[in-house]
Design a protein around this ligand. Structure first.
Ligand code: ADP
Length: 354
């Protein structure tokens, strides 16, 4: 379709268009069911690197909805003829509704263009886009485990039934996300919305791998201008450092702060940061030096790492390389493998009477 194609080209030329959203993207996650029953054959992703970015519509079969995002629905579907394989590839399809603004279309294409440049085991793999007269599809690697926030929330338990994850597992998830961020850091790529809701899991089982997804914010280079103009919560304030919400300054160290919040989200099993505080209250609290409390089941070392991510001066925060190393060290230095989380506490805490 010529209109859509021309949109694509204008977007490629103009990646940094000013944007404004009319909805509150602080809470875009009407999170869908997430998981998909395990039907995905094992694919060697390295073999399907040659996929053309524009995928003919007749190769795609849409099956069922698996999630809802801020701008559209996400479906489970099948992609035929991938790397000469007989079996169609299960994929996630992000759809833009047929009735959408030119602005949304542009943003959708920018996300596709950005994603197509990234290749890392901890970044959700982009397969291509499909364009027809009425709709736009963005095809992504299917992440059957759903989003990280929902996953850790599901790990909460009632009574004394042990949770299915240990502290070791939680650290594994954090290390995955840190490695994805390290790759973005090496490539001078600022995500701007590192949060547990934007990380997806390959599966819910023990071989789960966490990957960074949702590059929707990355393109909004001038988004904070909009925020400052209206004084409205158009940005995920609870995941942002003061220099970002006050001055609109975004660097990799902005993502480091967000990663610290992800650590906190993971170790509280999916609590909303700064419970009971509005975005305005959080901005005042954080600017005055207030920080999140240590989650019950998190070690002092892990909390210290979070705390470093929330240093006031960006240059005092660690980089992702150091963060990954530190997390691996924390995981190695403690024998956490047998530790099960019980009632939101690790078994170590649970067994000790203090
Ligand atoms: P938006 O960018 O519009 O907010 P998201 O990317 O957050 O949309 O997707 C919304 C939901 O759809 C996610 O929380 C998740 O449940 C599901 N989803 C998104 N991408 C995938 C994927 N690649 N594989 C499986 N589920 C996905």
């Amino acid at each position: 379709n010529s209109t859509l194609s021309s949109t694509l080209f204008s977007v490629r030329k103009n990646d940094c268009t000013d944007t404004c959203y009319d909805n509150d993207t602080v809470t875009p996650f009407l999170s869908g069911s997430g998981g998909v029953s395990s039907i995905s054959p094992l694919y060697d992703w390295s073999q399907i690197n040659d996929i053309i970015h524009i995928i003919p519509r007749n190769k795609i079969t849409v099956k069922r909805m698996i999630g809802k995002g801020a701008f559209g629905e996400v479906y489970y579907g099948l992609l035929a003829d991938v790397a000469r394989q007989q079996t169609p590839l299960p994929v996630a399809i992000k759809m833009l509704p047929s009735l959408c603004s030119e602005q949304s279309k542009s943003e959708f294409f920018v996300e596709a263009v950005l994603l197509s440049k990234l290749r890392h085991p901890n970044i959700v793999k982009f397969l291509g886009i499909s364009v027809d007269e009425n709709s736009l599809y963005l095809l992504l690697e299917l992440m059957e485990g759903g989003d990280l926030k929902s996953f850790v929330r599901e790990c909460r338990i009632n009574g004394e039934v042990p949770s299915k994850v240990s502290i070791y597992d939680l650290l594994n998830l954090c290390i995955d996300v840190a490695k994805g961020c390290e790759y973005l850091e090496q490539n001078r790529f600022i995500h701007r919305d590192i949060a547990a809701r934007n990380c997806l899991l390959s599966e819910k089982g023990p071989n789960r791998v966490a990957k960074i997804a949702d590059f929707g914010m990355t393109k909004n280079v001038f988004r904070t201008n909009y925020y400052r103009k209206n004084g409205k919560a158009m940005v995920p304030v609870k995941w942002m450092p003061p220099e970002a919400f006050h001055d609109g300054v975004f660097t990799t160290k902005t993502d480091v702060w967000g990663f610290g919040i992800v650590l906190w989200e993971v170790f509280t099993l999916g609590r909303i940061p700064y419970p009971g505080k509005s975005n305005n209250e959080v901005m005042t609290f954080v600017a005055k030096g207030g920080r999140l409390d240590k989650p019950d089941q998190c070690s002092q070392e892990t909390y210290s790492l979070m705390f470093e991510c929330w240093m006031d001066k960006p240059e005092d925060r660690p980089n992702f390389r150091n963060i990954t190393e530190e997390l691996i060290q924390i995981q190695k230095s403690s024998d956490l493998s047998q530790e099960t989380i019980i009632n939101g506490k690790s078994s170590r805490d649970y067994n000790v009477t203090e």
